[in-house]
Ligand binder design. Structure first.
Ligand SMILES: [Zn+2]
Length: 486
């Protein structure tokens, strides 16, 4: 059932050649969404003639019924959306608000400059999250990657800044206990929703943020991160990024350490996020993944040929893998030729296309709100999520499909990943100890209280073990600069 594409997907051809042609129908339909207040009150009074038909339809297999609820006019998309999102958490895969806390506040939140309860500039605040019926949020703890840094010698500041972003995100969540609940399991996300809170999870947006270190992946997991995007816009020791390929660079796909990283993430239960990676990286990961993958904020390449999106063959692999592609709202990914004219309907096109190729079990929402200033007409901020559901329903999506899109899919994917990790650990698989090729350990250290004879023998041959002292102090307890140079 869920794999059946809606007839309305035909509104836009899936042929990449046709995508670049003008789509006047999009403009024509772009503002058909009604404001919440009207759709549930005034507007519906004009619909008496439809009520009888609505009741009749509601008794058919098309009925939008949920246990304990009265029938609803199937064309009352606002009411259907309200019911879906009241009973199923809408979980967004990617919001960059923590980045704003960093760049605008230097992570200082107790001096009264920001109140998340009040209306803020930008895309995200509590008032609008509630209006948008958000039920759960993966907060991105992003920090910049440095395209020049190809050898990973000094990832320390990036790892430090990532730790600071995890810290500020967790402190932020704690500041609003009535509305936000920190979660690191799928079960927690469900129970938070039941208690009326927005589950708040942490995702890391790039392998550079763990210093291309598998040990650091483990530590980030312990600190609460639940997904890592293998790359951001720079390559790292794990994988090749889409940006590299877009700039004309080679697509080397998943690199040697990347295979080890994916293996370890599967063992840990850390979600492997394939947004931002190159197409070969996507294919390579899907050929070895032992658990479902996610795309925290991407779309369908056959709708718009931007390399950030998943091509159809990858969508088919995701279907086999049981993973999810969470639809992104960034203008330039939606309309490469004229980003300013991107609309909510473009996002709907991506969702229908992902569902058509991969099944409704594959779709999710991954806005990138607060991470990009450029969002589509009709999806201006977090309050607008329900409008997207209304449009999808208007174009033929069922309530059940909308529940999967909203949160059932990501929760299923997440709990499958958790279960697979338990199974893998139960086999006795040890933590992975791979490192990137050419890693330089312990510069300058030649002397030590050796544990292994072979280490001492090696040090003897390079002169290190001949030195009598391991501390920079001579026999009289004075600082000895000569020994310091050892
Ligand atoms: Zn991103």
């Amino acid at each position: 059932m869920a794999d059946t594409p809606s007839p309305s997907t035909e509104r836009r051809s899936s042929d990449p050649q046709a995508i670049d042609e003008p789509q006047p129908v999009v403009v024509e339909r772009s503002l058909t969404v009604r404001p919440r207040s009207q759709s549930s009150s005034v507007w519906s009074w004009f619909r008496y003639p439809f009520i009888a038909a609505g009741v009749a339809l509601s008794l058919s297999p098309l009925a939008s019924l949920w246990p304990g609820e009265s029938p609803v006019d199937p064309t009352d998309y606002a009411e259907r959306t309200r019911r879906v999102l009241q009973s199923t958490p809408l979980i967004d895969g990617h919001n960059d608000l923590p980045w704003q806390l960093r760049i605008e506040l230097h992570n200082r939140m107790y001096d009264g400059r920001v109140d998340f309860n009040k209306r803020l500039l930008g895309h995200t605040d509590l008032q609008r999250m509630r209006q948008g019926m958000v039920g759960g949020q993966f907060w991105s703890v992003y920090v910049d990657c440095d395209a020049q840094q190809t050898h990973f010698e000094d990832p320390s500041w990036v790892v430090r800044d990532t730790l600071e972003q995890i810290d500020v995100t967790r402190r932020f969540i704690r500041e609003y206990p009535d509305d936000l609940q920190y979660c690191d399991t799928a079960a927690c996300a469900r129970s938070a929703f039941k208690s009326g809170r927005i589950s708040s999870m942490i995702g890391i947006e790039g392998g550079h943020q763990v210093g291309s270190s598998i040990a650091t992946i483990r530590q980030m997991y312990d600190l609460g991160a639940r997904y890592i995007t293998l790359t951001h816009n720079c390559d790292n020791a794990f994988a090749t990024s889409a940006s590299t390929v877009a700039a004309g660079g080679p697509d080397n796909g998943l690199l040697k350490l990347g295979y080890a990283a994916v293996k370890e993430m599967n063992r840990l239960g850390m979600m492997v996020d394939l947004s931002h990676v190159s197409h070969k990286t996507m294919r390579d990961v899907l050929s070895v993944a032992r658990a479902p993958v996610i795309f925290s904020h991407s779309g369908a390449y056959s709708v718009e040929p931007h390399l950030r999106h998943a091509p159809d063959d990858v969508l088919r692999l995701v279907k086999q893998n049981g993973g999810i592609v969470m639809a992104v709202f960034v203008n330039r990914f939606l309309n490469m030729k004229d980003p300013d004219s991107a609309t909510i309907h473009d996002v709907a096109d991506h969702i229908f296309r992902i569902a058509e190729v991969c099944g409704w079990e594959c779709v999710g929402i991954g806005s990138d709100f607060s991470g990009t200033p450029y969002v589509p007409i009709g999806l201006e901020d977090v309050s607008k999520f329900p409008d997207l559901f209304e449009i999808l329903m208007e174009r033929g999506a069922t309530d059940e499909q909308m529940r999967m899109l909203a949160g059932e899919n990501i929760l299923r994917v997440w709990s499958t990943i958790e279960r697979r990790a338990q199974e893998i650990r139960a086999t006795g698989e040890k933590p992975n100890e791979e490192e990137y090729e050419g890693r330089d350990w312990h510069k300058g250290l030649k002397n030590a209280p050796w544990m292994l004879r072979q280490s001492r023998d090696k040090a003897t041959t390079n002169g290190g073990a001949e030195r009598p002292y391991m501390f920079n102090v001579d026999g009289e307890g004075k600082h000895n600069p000569l020994i310091k140079q050892v």
